[in-house]
Structure formats: structure tokens, C-alpha cells
Design a protein around this ligand. Structure first.
Ligand SMILES: [Zn+2]
Ligand SMILES: [Zn+2]
Length: 649
């Protein structure tokens, strides 16, 4: 039997603790995964900074202490007070308010000056205004590159009463009591098993249902476009939480669709994942519309999704259902990418779902995490389960020499990239090569699609990037920038860029030539043998990118005006491995060897059958060498398979 989590007991414990510090509590609310304590006097937040931590430790719950709305000064006055307290040199760009959290969001060029010595200014603002400062670094980017993101945040802040009532209803649901008759954990493969694309996993216990990722298949055409959300055991109003590991469409592309069909529960993701997924989804809608296709959802559902997204930091243990705690860990794949650790039923079972991960450093990000509090079942991606990738330095040399070769014959280079991840890696390489004069000085680098906006978002999260990139951003440099790197703004210039005589590199989305500007450039550049097409990322089965990679040299394309055109690929086609954000075979095995503690079940997903079978076979053969338990079970399920991994059958 399970202990009933009793809301009354929780509230009593809090009141007793607060009373012993003479704190006047007005309310205790269950807001989403957090317990919010509202206090009358903001000064206590300054006097007892450890108060929330102490209670959190006692209750093993996430605690926040907020000022009671009645204790918050009017916004106008607050802005005046902040302007008086913070020195001019801090360079405050913006002051906004989050009524739900009782926060004043201060965006400034020099964050340290807003905090003051020993947080003195920060504390003064809090004590005098009743608003808790949330100090954000203003990124060294042009404001228009973050326009869309700011609009989204404005929208979210404008819907504060909706957000508050939603958080409270989610909070009640998370803290409903649990009574276990029959304890079990079952995992069902809904998409992205024995394939790459449409990732979705259902985790069920006798008490709750959690979805891990809700992707689309970039190469899908009909039935295989979406994960199998139609299975019997999945009822939309019974889903307790959706967890998104990272902002690639094969992991979150279908998420707004859940809201179209009535889902009103929480979505857990890191902050950058939230920002990046909104951009990518809006981009998807835009591309679909231009291509004359009907997308599965509209902007309305994307907005709903934003309102329901609860951002989490790495390492924050969070109750997401009565019997499930979620913790994110760095996955090293793209900005904000996370591995999801689920702790189920107070020790019944622990799952780690890697999502896409890189167990190796890149220019942009640190290596993925491999140490967890407990793990019994590991769900691991296997994209390169049968292949090793060349060293990154070699890949960079090959990229630079291929570009130089193409430029020498007056050709152009097209590099299709996903907006998030590879685009920024390649930009870092090209910007450095241009600075070091390893590339012809007249070479222009055009970036097209949402790359520019996505790159701007990277600059707002320097703390999540590699030490090298971070320190440059903190020095107010933009490491993705060079005077030769030019964003393409208007549509007609694509033809001009393709027709001009100057040597150029074009970085354009989508990454697998499934639509968007990269396909348009391909049509314009394919016929000229002086040009080069460079693939730097994984090309999923069925995509145009994969078909060209496998030798197809005559393709049928539909132009913007709806004309059908046969395009001959006369340009050079090169694939450069080594830039991938996925772990190659060696790194997948190194992850298992370094993983602490070791899992007893390994479920392989996110790979084509050949990669999965090969990896499963290698793991079984080398189990002892990798330090895995002798009875380790390696599963290779297909979509619609369920595995019962713990509890009573
Ligand atoms: Zn990914
Ligand atoms: Zn993926």
C-alpha cells in the first residue's frame, strides 16, 4: 500500500514552520508542480532567504514563497523604484511583470549591476516593491531577431489569470492522493521505434499516464506521419503530463495537435526547448502553408501549448503525477536538450529516457550527463548504433576544403540544416574559418529560414552553452557573427543569390530537404556542376535528402507556382560525417560504460532496424566489458509494442 499524500498535512507542516519564524502567511496553493506560499510582508523573503529550501527539504516538494498580491506595489511605482536603485550603467532595456509568479522581469546588459554587491540591490527591490526580481541578460542581438519570441512571452504574461487557474488545477491533480491496489509500470512504443521520426512513448502506472515526446515523421506521407496516439489505452483527458526532451520536430512537432483534441494538462520542457519549439512549429505551419498543404494544427494551438508549458531547469526534481517525479539532465544534443529521469512510486522503478544525446563535446555544448540517482530501465536512442563517425577536426577540415574547392571553380555550396543545432555548429566553424582567413575573403555565407532567430535565442542562454562560446557571449561578442555572414530577408533575393557570380555558402532549412528554402535553393543550384551540395546531418529514410545521398540524380519537384519540374542533379554531392549531434556507436557504448548506476533493462529506439539490431547485439556481447549486470535485458520493440517493466503482472 502507498502512503496517502495528504494536502492537509503538507499545509500544517508549512504553517508550523512559518509560524516559528513569525511569518504571516496569507495562503498556501498547489500551483502546478510547486507549492506556493503567499506571505504578507516581502521583507521576510530577504531576511530568511533559506526558508523555501528548509521546507522543501522537509516535505521533499518544490516550494516557492511569493508575496501576496496585496503586498505588491503598483507597477508604475515599482518601475520608478527600480530605476532609482539600479545604476544607469546596468543598461536596463526592459521591465515587465509576471502577475502569476509575482516577478518583475528586468532585462539588462550588465546583470551584476542589477543584483548589486551581495545581492544588496536585488534584495532592496524585493523588500521595497514586493515584486521578486527576475534578472535576465540582454543578448547581443538585434531586437528584431527576437521579436517573435518576445511576442510569445508578452502573450503568456497577458494571460496571467488563465495561467494561474490552470496551474492550480494541475497542482490539485498532481497532489491528489494515491491508492495503489496493483502497482505496475508499462511502456508503450507509439512512434520512433525501429525508425527515426515521430518519437512518442507512453509510460503508464496504475495511477498515471505520461507521454514522453510527441513528434512527427519528417519523411512521413500518410499513416506513418504521426505517432500512434490512437491506441486504446491513451485517452487524452487521462494524460497527466507531456514531457518534451528537445525542440526537434521529430520529438515535439505534433504537440499542439494534442491541444486541438482537448488536452489541457502540463507540458514539461526546459526554457530554451519551449522557445525553440514555438519557433519550429510556427515555421512548420509557414512552410506547410506555402506548400499548399493543410497542417495538423494552427497558431491557436501553438499558443495554447505555450500557456500550458512549465519550464524546468536541469537537475530540478519535480512532481508531475502523484507517483512520478521528473528530473531533466543535459543531453548535449542541441540547446536545452534533456534526458528525462522518471522516479516512479517512491522506489518502485526508475526510468531514464535519453532522447537524442551526444556523449561527447561539440563546439556548442558540453557532453551529456551519465550519472543518475537510480536507474532500472534505460530507453536509449540508437541513430548511429551501427556506425562510428570521423573525428570532428577532420570533418571541419573536409568542410573547409570542400567549400574552398567549390569557390575556386566559382560554384556555390548549399548546406541543408535543421534550424536548431547543426546550423549553429556550422556557423561557429565558418565564422572562425573566415576570421582565421582559412576561407576566401570574398566568400559570402547566406543564412535562410528561421536560422537567424534560432541563433538569437542561443545568445540569450549563454549559461547552457560550452565554456568557450559562453565566455565570448559574456564579453558581449556574437560568436555566430562575421561581416560575411548575411541573413536572407526577402524571398526574391534567393534567385539573385543563386544567379550571382560570387562564391557563396548557403545555409538553409529544412535539414533533410523536406521543404522550405533549402529545397528552393536546390532547384536553383542543382543543374550547375560547379556547385556543391553538402550534407552535414542525419538524413532520415524516405526524405529527399536521403534519396539524393543514395544516388538519385533526377528528381521531380513542384515549383512555387505549382508547376511540376524535373530537376537534374549535376552539382557535386558530398556527405561530411562528424558534425552530428547524436552519439556515434563508440559514444553510445562509452555512455553505457560510464553510466552510473547501471540499468537492468535497455530499450533501444530512434534508429533504423539495422542500427538497432547491430547495437543490441554489441551490447549483449560486451555486457560484461561495459559493466552491465550479467542478466541485462536488451529490448528492441517496434511501434505498438508494450513492455511491462515493473510491478505485478
Ligand atoms: Zn534531435
Ligand atoms: Zn530525433
Amino acid at each position: 500500500m502507498y502512503r496517502r499524500s495528504d494536502r492537509k498535512t503538507i499545509i500544517m507542516t508549512i504553517m508550523k514552520h512559518m509560524l516559528s519564524h513569525n511569518v504571516n502567511v496569507t495562503r498556501v496553493e498547489f500551483e502546478g508542480p510547486e507549492i506556493a506560499i503567499y506571505v504578507k510582508n516581502p521583507k521576510v523573503l530577504v531576511e530568511y532567504p533559506e526558508l523555501a529550501k528548509e521546507i522543501a527539504k522537509k516535505l521533499k516538494k518544490r516550494i516557492v514563497i511569493r508575496t501576496d498580491p496585496s503586498a505588491r506595489r503598483p507597477k508604475k511605482e515599482t518601475i520608478e523604484i527600480i530605476k532609482q536603485l539600479v545604476p544607469e550603467e546596468a543598461g536596463i532595456e526592459e521591465i515587465r511583470f509576471d502577475d502569476v509568479l509575482g516577478e518583475v522581469i528586468i532585462k539588462a546588459r550588465k546583470v551584476g549591476l542589477v543584483y548589486g554587491k551581495g545581492r544588496s540591490i536585488y534584495n532592496k527591490i524585493l523588500a521595497e516593491t514586493g515584486w521578486r526580481p527576475n534578472v535576465i541578460r540582454a543578448a547581443p542581438v538585434r531586437p528584431e531577431d527576437l521579436k517573435l519570441l518576445n511576442q510569445i512571452i508578452d502573450y503568456m504574461l497577458s494571460q496571467s489569470s488563465y495561467r494561474l487557474s490552470m496551474l492550480r488545477s494541475i497542482g490539485e491533480r498532481i497532489h491528489r492522493g494515491v491508492i495503489f491496489e496493483n502497482r505496475y509500470v508499462r511502456i508503450t512504443a507509439l512512434g520512433g521505434f525501429m525508425e527515426v521520426g515521430r518519437s512518442a512513448i507512453l509510460v503508464e502506472t496504475s495511477e498515471s499516464r505520461v507521454l514522453l515526446d510527441v513528434g512527427i515523421n519528417p519523411a512521413g506521407t500518410g499513416y506513418d506521419l504521426y505517432p500512434r496516439l490512437d491506441v486504446d489505452q491513451l485517452k487524452i483527458d487521462e494524460i497527466d503530463a507531456v514531457v518534451i526532451t528537445h525542440a526537434h520536430l521529430d520529438h515535439m512537432g505534433l504537440l499542439p495537435y494534442l491541444f486541438k483534441y482537448g488536452y489541457r494538462g502540463p507540458v514539461y520542457a526546459t526554457k530554451p526547448t519551449r522557445d525553440l519549439m514555438v519557433l519550429s512549429q510556427l515555421d512548420l505551419l509557414d512552410i506547410a502553408q506555402r506548400g499548399g498543404e493543410k497542417p495538423p494544427y494552427s497558431q491557436l494551438e501553438v499558443k495554447k501549448m505555450v500557456l500550458h508549458t512549465i519550464p524546468l531547469d536541469y537537475g530540478e526534481v519535480t512532481d508531475i503525477a502523484p507517483d512520478i517525479k521528473l528530473t531533466f539532465y543535459n543531453a548535449g544534443h542541441i540547446l536545452g536538450s534533456a534526458m528525462a529521469h522518471l522516479h516512479i512510486g517512491e522506489g518502485l522503478h526508475n526510468i531514464v529516457y535519453t532522447g537524442d544525446f551526444k556523449f561527447g563535446r561539440t563546439r556548442l555544448l558540453d557532453k551529456a550527463n551519465a550519472v543518475f540517482p537510480r536507474v532500472e530501465t534505460l530507453i536509449m536512442e540508437s541513430t548511429y548504433g551501427d556506425r562510428d563517425q570521423p573525428k570532428r577536426e577532420l570533418a571541419e577540415l573536409e568542410l573547409i576544403s570542400t567549400i574552398s574547392r567549390t569557390a575556386a571553380r566559382k560554384g556555390k555550396v548549399l548546406i541543408p540544416v535543421m534550424a536548431v543545432g547543426r546550423a549553429q555548429e556550422i556557423l561557429l566553424v565558418l565564422a572562425e574559418a573566415l576570421r582565421k582567413k582559412l576561407l576566401p575573403q570574398e566568400l559570402k555565407v547566406y543564412i535562410d529560414g528561421s536560422i537567424k532567430q534560432v541563433t538569437a535565442i542561443h545568445l540569450t542562454y549563454p549559461e547552457l552553452l560550452s565554456a568557450q562560446v559562453r565566455s565570448r557571449i559574456l564579453r558581449d561578442e556574437n560568436p555566430f557573427e562575421h561581416e560575411n555572414i548575411i541573413p536572407v530577408d526577402k524571398k526574391q533575393t534567393r534567385e539573385e543569390i543563386a544567379a550571382s557570380d560570387e562564391p557563396a555558402v548557403i545555409l538553409a532549412t529544412s535539414g533533410m530537404l523536406t521543404g522550405g528554402p533549402s529545397v528552393e535553393y536546390l532547384r536553383l543550384l542543382a543543374g550547375d556542376p560547379r556547385n556543391t551540395l553538402i550534407f552535414v546531418a542525419y538524413q532520415a529514410k524516405g526524405t529527399l535528402g536521403r534519396r539524393i545521398l543514395e544516388g538519385e540524380r533526377e528528381i521531380t519537384m513542384v515549383t512555387g507556382e505549382g508547376k511540376v519540374e524535373i530537376v537534374k542533379i549535376n552539382m557535386e554531392v558530398v556527405s561530411i560525417d562528424g558534425f552530428s549531434g547524436h552519439s556515434d556507436r563508440r559514444q553510445l557504448l562509452a555512455f553505457l560504460a560510464n553510466m552510473k548506476p547501471k540499468p537492468r533493462n535497455i530499450i533501444l529506439n530512434h534508429g533504423e532496424p539495422q542500427a538497432i539490431h547491430s547495437l543490441a547485439e554489441t551490447i549483449r556481447r560486451r555486457a560484461q566489458h561495459l559493466g552491465l549486470p550479467p542478466n541485462v535485458r536488451v529490448y528492441t520493440p517496434a511501434v505498438l509494442d508494450s513492455i511491462h517493466i515493473a510491478g505485478n503482472a
